[in-house]
Design a protein around this ligand. Structure first.
Ligand code: FEO
Length: 389
């Protein structure tokens, strides 16, 4: 495959992975992803910025050969995770003159994870520059979006910023430049939800930093290149802001329909009050959709049946994920139904202990909701609505 030029001897040399169905063995991929790599040809030195996921590394190296990249002086590792560094062991054999340039944290990671010899790594610090002749690479540490080893590489003379995983999308493409479409926004939000939302405050910080740099283009490690950086920066401003949307998210599982009845009753109340509701069946619906709803929700109500006197594993999984993703929701509660006994409320509440939410009085019923259960549901709905309006 012939490399596409981004600007002035800077080329896209990444690959789509349309076959990949799941990322981190956690969130399903709707259309695969791309692993981006950039070739920067200076007047004196040649650099690769990030490399390739190991299963795609032979194709990646074949493309380097096809494009006659016979010498590489520097391989910039913006981050140690193997979807971008998997090809490093092969590359340092192929290009014996090449030095891997990275920060101390990432150096430790690639030595441990990929057994890269120490003498092939050159450590740089924040704001340090590397000259390629007529081009300069400046390294900007960005710990927290999303690993402690993450850094950005700024191509100074061309005003291009490689932002590593930050601002990326699990998205595949033929045209390397973003079309700023609804479809891309959806993919970028799904990606943000899983990978960046746990670090929401850091996203606020680095969104601002990138806005201040004001690059001509943003070159992320996944998804297309943003020729219009405002597209993705405005989205990150919104998603990472402290303001939640007027939305109640109800992840639920219902073995015999009792929980579904309660969830539907609450949803009708919220919708009648003009509050949007996302009901998410945790058994059949896509986990990525749950993560996306968590980006916006102001309130979360977990609905669960009990299995063997404990929360059903499907709602426990959703609660655990929500706890990890650390959404901005302000209010939460639980509705549940049991057959013969056990502890649903305390166990489920214990699984979301990271959430900084006000807890509205939970409701637990044996079997079906009764007259007094509906009175409690009315009160629960009113308690949420009064806080959200
Ligand atoms: Fe795309 Fe954190 O690796």
């Amino acid at each position: 495959m012939k490399f596409k030029e981004i600007k002035n001897n800077i080329y896209y040399c990444g690959l789509n992975d349309c076959e990949r169905k799941i990322f981190d063995e956690l969130i399903p991929l709707e259309q695969g992803t791309s692993y981006n790599s950039y070739l920067v040809k200076g007047s004196e030195k040649i650099a690769l910025i990030d490399t390739m996921y190991l299963p795609k590394s032979d194709e990646y190296i074949a493309n380097l050969d096809e494009n006659e990249v016979t010498r590489v002086d520097y391989i910039i590792a913006n981050h140690g995770e193997q979807d971008h560094t998997g090809a490093l062991p092969k590359l340092i054999k192929k290009y014996p003159e090449a030095m891997i340039v990275t920060n101390q944290f990432c150096k430790n990671n690639i030595m441990e994870m990929l057994l890269i010899p120490e003498d092939r790594i050159q450590v740089i610090k924040n704001n340090e520059e590397l000259s390629l002749g007529d081009k300069t690479l400046r390294f900007l540490m960005a710990p927290g979006v999303h690993w402690p080893d993450t850094m950005f590489t700024y191509i100074v003379e061309d005003n291009l910023l490689c932002t590593c995983d930050f601002l990326g999308a699990h998205y595949t493409f033929d045209d390397i430049f973003a079309n700023d479409s609804e479809e891309l926004m959806h993919s970028a939000k799904r990606y943000y939800a899983e990978i960046m939302m746990p670090f929401r405050k850091m996203c606020q910080k680095y969104t601002k930093q990138v806005q201040e740099i004001n690059p001509e283009m943003i070159l992320p490690s996944h998804g297309p290149i943003y020729k219009n950086p405002k597209f993705i920066l405005d989205l990150y401003e919104d998603w990472s802001s402290d303001e939640a949307k007027n939305l109640v998210l109800i992840p639920y599982v219902s073995m015999y329909g009792s929980v579904t009845e309660m969830v539907n009753y609450l949803a009708d109340k919220f919708e009648a009050a003009g509050i949007k509701v996302v009901k998410h069946d945790v058994v059949t619906d896509d986990l990525g959709d749950l993560a996306m709803a968590l980006v916006d929700a102001k309130a979360i109500i977990l609905g669960g049946s009990m299995v063997l006197a404990s929360p059903h594993p499907a709602i426990a999984n959703a609660a655990y994920l929500a706890n990890l993703l650390n959404p901005k929701a302000k209010y939460a509660s639980i509705v549940g139904s049991y057959g013969w006994g056990g502890d649903l409320i305390d166990k489920l509440a214990g699984m979301v202990s990271n959430l900084k939410v006000e807890i509205i009085e939970p409701i637990l019923v044996k079997g079906k909701a009764k007259f007094e259960t509906y009175q409690k549901l009315d009160k629960m709905a009113a308690d949420f609505i009064s806080r959200m309006q």
